[in-house]
Design a protein around this ligand. Structure first.
Ligand SMILES: Cc1cc2nc3c(=O)[nH]c(=O)nc-3n(C[C@H](O)[C@H](O)[C@H](O)COP(=O)(O)OP(=O)(O)OC[C@H]3O[C@@H](n4cnc5c(N)ncnc54)[C@H](O)[C@@H]3O)c2cc1C
Length: 427
C-alpha cells in the first residue's frame, strides 16, 4: 500500500526556520521490535530516546513528518507546571498525587534544557523565563494567587509591577506580570527534530509518512498494521495526542480539540529591539489568551486561540495587525511572513491523562496546551515503564478512558467563541 504522502508546505515558521534538519524515512517492510511508538512528536520521540538509551529496541511510526502535530506548531514557551495553578491541581488529584505531578513538571523545563545541552540540539533555546501578563486588574489578582502558590513551593517566581512588566515586554498594555525563571523559549520544531536525531543516535529507528491503521493482539504481542508493512511489538505507546485518529476506538472522544494560531512578522531588526529585550515568552491572563514572543531573527510572533481565518490577509491577519497596533503602536504595520495553526487536546478538568488502553498499550494524552516539558517527561516515564518500572512510578495515576459525547459539540462551541473574539478584536 502507498505511504501517506509527506507534506511539502511549511507547517509553521519553525518548520522553515529550524536549524535541525528534518528526517524522513518511509521504508517499507516488516518490523519486529520490543517497543512500538506511534507519533513523532515530543511524547513519542522522548519515549524513543529514553528507551533506546536504556538499551530497549524501539521503533517510531509517524504518519506525516517529525513534528507534524502540536510539536512543530506551538509557540515554543517552555513552561513549568501545568496551565492550572498548583492548588487547582490538588483539588482534582488530591494533595499527594498533585504534589508529585507539580514537582515533576516544575523541574521539567530544567530537564529539557539539559537534554538540549546534552544532545546539542539547535533550537534557539533561551533560558530567560516566561512572563504571564495581566490583561486586566482581575488578571493581576489571578497572578498574585499563582505567585503565592509557587512561592510556597520555593519556585523562582517573581511578581512584576506594571512598570517592570512594561519595561520587559515593551508595552504598557499589561497591568503587571508573573515571571517564572524556570521557563524559557525554544524553536519547537528544532527541539523535536533534535529529539529524533538523538533517539536515532541512541539506536531507535523511525519511519515517517507511515500511518498505523490497526492494532491487534496476537500471541501476547501487538501487531500494528501500517501502510508500509506490519510492526510486531511487545509494548506500544501512542503519542498521538490532539492528532489522534480512529486508531483506538473512542480515544479521540476523551478530549475536545481546540485550535491555536500564530502570525510571524518579517525580521524587524532594531525597530523591535525594545520588545522583549530579554527574549522571554509572554502569554496573558485573558479568558481567550494571546501570546507574544520574538525569535532569533527578530521576528515578532503573536497568537491566540482559534484557527487562521482568511489566510495572510483575512480576519486573523486583521486580528494580528490590531493586536500589534494595541501592544506596539510604534511598529506601524509590519509585514507578516507566516501564519499557521494547530490542534490542542483539552481535557474536561485541564489535567493530562495516562491511559492503559489494554495490556502493554499506553497513551499519555491531553496536555491542554502545555506539552513541551510534559511531553518530554511523560515520554521518559513511558520508557521507564517499558524498562520494567512499575506503573506507580508514573507522574500520574493510570486512568480509564472517559469518552464524552459532547466533545464534537464543545469543539464547535469553542471555535465559535474564538472566531467571535477575533472579529471583536479585529475591528
Ligand atoms: C498552536 C499551538 C501552540 C502551543 N503552544 C505551546 C507552548 O507554547 N508551550 C507548550 O508547552 N505547549 C504548547 N502547545 C502544546 C504542545 O505543542 C503539545 O502539547 C505537544 O506538541 C504534544 O506533543 P505530542 O508528541 O504528545 O503530540 P503531537 O506533537 O501532536 O504529535 C502527534 C503525532 O502523532 C501522529 N499520528 C497521529 N495518528 C497517527 C497514526 N495513526 N499513525 C502514525 N502517526 C500518527 C501525528 O501525525 C503527529 O505528528 C501548543 C500547541 C499548539 C497546537
Amino acid at each position: 500500500m502507498a505511504s501517506t504522502s509527506p507534506t511539502t508546505d511549511p507547517l509553521s515558521l519553525w518548520d522553515a526556520s529550524a536549524a535541525e534538519s528534518d528526517y524522513r524515512n518511509a521504508e517499507a517492510g516488516e518490523v519486529t521490535t520490543d517497543l512500538a511508538i506511534v507519533g513523532g512528536g515530543f511524547t513519542g520521540l522522548s519515549t524513543a530516546l529514553h528507551a533506546a538509551e536504556r538499551g530497549i529496541d524501539c521503533h517510531v511510526i509517524e504518519a506525516r513528518q517529525i513534528g507534524f502535530g502540536g510539536s512543530g506548531r506551538n509557540v515554543g514557551l517552555l513552561n513549568a507546571g501545568l496551565w492550572l495553578p498548583p492548588p487547582e491541581i490538588a483539588k482534582e488529584l488530591g494533595d499527594e498525587r498533585a504534589s508529585r505531578l507539580v514537582g515533576i513538571l516544575g523541574e521539567a523545563p530544567a530537564y529539557v534544557f539539559d537534554l538540549i545541552e546534552k544532545h546539542q540540539i539547535r533550537c534557539e533555546a533561551r533560558r530567560n523565563g516566561t512572563i504571564h501578563a495581566a490583561h486586566a486588574p482581575s488578571g493581576m489578582a489571578d497572578l498574585k494567587g499563582r505567585f503565592e502558590a509557587w512561592k510556597s513551593l520555593n519556585a523562582p517566581v517573581r511578581l512584576l509591577d506594571r512598570d517592570e512588566a512594561s519595561e520587559r515586554i515593551g508595552t504598557k498594555a499589561f497591568h503587571g506580570g508573573l515571571h517564572d525563571a524556570r521557563a524559557g523559549t525554544i524553536n519547537p520544531m528544532g527541539y523535536v527534530r533534535g529529539l529524533a536525531r538523538a533517539a536515532r543516535a541512541a539506536g531507535a529507528s523511525i519511519a515517517t509518512g507511515v500511518r498505523v491503521t490497526a492494532l491487534t493482539r496476537e500471541a501476547g504481542r501487538w501487531i500494528l498494521t501500517t501502510d508500509a508493512g506490519p510492526v510486531n511489538a511487545r509494548m506500544v505507546v501512542l503519542g498521538t495526542n490532539a492528532y489522534t485518529d480512529a486508531l483506538w476506538p473512542g480515544l479521540s472522544k476523551t478530549f475536545t480539540i481546540i485550535h491555536y494560531f500564530n502570525f510571524a512578522t518579517e525580521p524587524l531588526g532594531d525597530r523591535a529591539a525594545h520588545i522583549l529585550p530579554g527574549y522571554e515568552g509572554v502569554w496573558d491572563t485573558a479568558p481567550i489568551m494571546s501570546s507574544v514572543r520574538r525569535d532569533n531573527e527578530g521576528r515578532l510572533i503573536v497568537g491566540s486561540m482559534g484557527t487562521v481565518i482568511g489566510g495572510m490577509n483575512g480576519l486573523s491577519a486583521r486580528w494580528a495587525r490590531k493586536t500589534i497596533a494595541r501592544w506596539f503602536p510604534e511598529l506601524g504595520t509590519p509585514k507578516f511572513e507566516t501564519a499557521w495553526h494547530g490542534q490542542i487536546a483539552f481535557t474536561p478538568d485541564h489535567i493530562p491523562r495516562i491511559h492503559r488502553l489494554a495490556e502493554n498499550l499506553y497513551t499519555p494524552i491531553g496536555y491542554n496546551g502545555r506539552g513541551i516539558a510534559p511531553g518530554t517527561v511523560f515520554g521518559r516515564a513511558m520508557a521507564g515503564l517499558a524498562a520494567g518500572e512499575p506503573e506507580s512510578e508514573l507522574p500520574l495515576a493510570i486512568t480509564d478512558m472517559v469518552q464524552s459525547r459532547r466533545s464534537g459539540l464543545m469543539k464547535q462551541a469553542y471555535q465559535a467563541a474564538f472566531t467571535a473574539n477575533q472579529i471583536r478584536k479585529a475591528i
